[in-house]
Design a protein around this ligand. Sequence first.
Ligand SMILES: Nc1ncnc2c1ncn2[C@@H]1O[C@H](COP(=O)(O)OP(=O)(O)O)[C@@H](O)[C@H]1O
Ligand SMILES: [Mg+2]
Length: 273
Amino acid sequence: MSAAAEPLPPEPPVPAGTPVLEVRSVTKSFGAIGVLRGIDLVLGQGEVLGLVGDNGAGKSTLVKILSGFHQQDGGDIVLGGERVSFHSVAAARSHGIETVYQDLALIPQLSVYQNLFLGHEVTRLGPLRFLDKGAMRKLARQYLDDIHVYVPSIEAEAEQLSGGQRQAIAVARAVRASPKILLLDEPLSAMGARESRLIINLVKDLASSGRVSIIVIDHNYAHLFELCDRINVMQGGRITIDQRVHETSMEELTELMVSSYRRQLEEVQNAGA
Ligand SMILES: Nc1ncnc2c1ncn2[C@@H]1O[C@H](COP(=O)(O)OP(=O)(O)O)[C@@H](O)[C@H]1O
Ligand SMILES: [Mg+2]
């Protein structure tokens, strides 16, 4: 009998219903450098949220906190209204968070099918011992065919694949785990046009099911405007812009970013004057 209304976060536009994920005032420093300086972010059920920002803005750091790879210094991560803290990637996974990392896509010495089955144990090979290799190969081939990801051989070691192929396998692996929240850190960066299209369509299919909520980092606005419901901009360790895609345009978003930079620059200059 909990009919209590959820208190709405102050900043529009807020997705309807209890958010799948809320990031509240999350901070993170590496040594003396404050990378995240109070991140506030909301992800609605079934939503695709694009995250943009300069290189070094802290996007990957945020993703690594959400995936349990790093721990934040301050602030809260709230899943479906409940505060959680992840001390490992496995802990985040057990909450239904799957991640395709920008720089940790696959284990190079393992084959395509082995990488694909490292679903919930990226760093330990234990479960593989108990699986029938023939069955795994067959399943892997079938699965990749189903989602139209083509590799020269299921037996090929990951290091023999192109960057785009590796990335496609990493995305396929994350999707295979049927996550509640999928974090994609520049999944298209190493890809050619055909491979990008494949991943974009895969993510769109997934999003249209409404069962998974997605955060995708990409520098290409055209991709983001096609994929996302909303776009957040990270600048100076905070989310400075939160716009619904159907209420903005690439031109407007660019203008907003530029004027936000100008404002921040002025603040820094005024503080130094
Ligand atoms: N493990 C780490 N140790 C020290 N500094 C780091 C580490 N990870 C990231 N950084 C620094 O944090 C900043 C943000 O990095 P990152 O999150 O990768 O940014 P983005 O993904 O937006 O390009 C950068 O200055 C980067 O050098
Ligand atoms: Mg990054």
